[in-house]
Design a protein around this ligand. Structure first.
Ligand SMILES: NC(=O)c1ccc[n+]([C@@H]2O[C@H](COP(=O)([O-])OP(=O)(O)OC[C@H]3O[C@@H](n4cnc5c(N)ncnc54)[C@H](OP(=O)(O)O)[C@@H]3O)[C@@H](O)[C@H]2O)c1
Length: 272
């Protein structure tokens, strides 16, 4: 698999770094790729520079991997390198295609919403383009992102945001759940480190099993919880008044609202 030549990663922290890690383990060739980040912190296997002026020939593809708040700091310089053929893949959560188009006069704009497990090629990636892409570009991006996990084209930016709300943020929520499970185990007398390992392996094993069997979650829970048994007693607490479901829904809605604020900021609107 080859990246368009050259490809620039403009901003290469957690997310773009995770994508590079995943592509590297998929055998992607990075000889024509450059990471641009102000700190110059080396990115393994990728030529890394501190500023755009050292990046080299005009890129065929640019991955925008900086924070949404940096948009107006980065784009004015960057746009001088963009031609009508440049593919601009934006990872910027909440920043709509229209806001990107208002800043980039040229180039094909594609939004991508990946999550961190792309580093181990088990990510979820939503892609969306407001503009029509030719077959070759569609195939190129589909192939590249499919190498990082479950990649899909979202029909609208609303769908892209909804997928991002669950998948993009999801690893943080799962991490919190693992911590909660581990802390509860420690409260029951397990050594902390052992409890952490047990919690993580339980989440990992359950996810793997469910993904392999395609079994409904409710059915899976029923297989663990025998009537009037121990698990059922625990589930009654989690299920009471739909408290867990409601809590997760409220958390995801809070993230959605923050995404809407970021989108408004990128449109140049004042956010209270
Ligand atoms: N993290 C996630 O799980 C996740 C999920 C979906 C989408 N995203 C999106 O991915 C983007 C990056 O998030 P992140 O978590 O990877 O953030 P991060 O780890 O803080 O990385 C940000 C990167 O931007 C670079 N940067 C800062 N100022 C810059 C400038 N003026 N020009 C070029 N690069 C600059 C930083 O450089 P240094 O390395 O030199 O500091 C760093 O490499 C965000 O837009 C976010 O919405 C993240």
């Amino acid at each position: 698999m080859i990246l368009p030549s050259p490809t620039w990663f403009v901003g290469c922290g957690n997310m773009a770094g995770a994508m590079i890690e995943g592509w590297r383990s998929a055998g992607v060739d990075f000889s024509m790729a450059t990471a641009i980040r102000p700190s110059g912190t080396p990115v393994e296997g990728v030529r890394t520079v501190k500023s755009l002026k050292d990046a080299g020939a005009s890129p065929r593809m640019i991955v925008l991997g900086f924070k949404p708040q940096k948009l107006d700091e980065v784009v004015p310089d960057l746009q001088t390198w963009v031609t009508s053929k440049t593919i601009i893949v934006s990872l910027l959560a909440g920043v709509e295609a229209e806001s990107l188009r208002a800043r980039f006069r040229k180039g094909l704009i594609v939004r991508a919403m990946p999550n961190l497990p792309v580093s181990v090629r088990r990510g979820v990636i939503a892609l969306h383009s407001a503009e029509e892409l030719d077959e070759a570009t569609l195939k190129l991006l589909s192939d590249l992102f499919s190498a990082l996990g479950f990649a899909m084209w979202a029909e609208s930016e609303k769908a892209l945001s909804a997928i991002g709300g669950v998948a993009g943020s999801g690893p943080a929520y799962v991490a919190r759940f693992v911590d909660a499970l581990a802390a509860a185990g420690a409260q029951q007398g397990l050594p902390e480190e052992l409890s952490r390992t047990i919690a993580l392996e339980t989440v990992f094993g359950t996810g793997w099993m469910a993904a392999s069997s395609h079994e409904a979650m409710d059915e899976l829970a029923r297989r663990v919880a025998s009537p009037r048994g121990t698990t059922e007693a625990g589930l009654q607490v989690l299920d009471r008044d739909d408290s867990l479901k409601d809590l997760v829904a409220v958390a995801i809605d809070a993230a959605r609202r923050r995404g809407a604020e970021l989108a408004a900021e990128a449109r140049g609107e004042q956010v209270a």
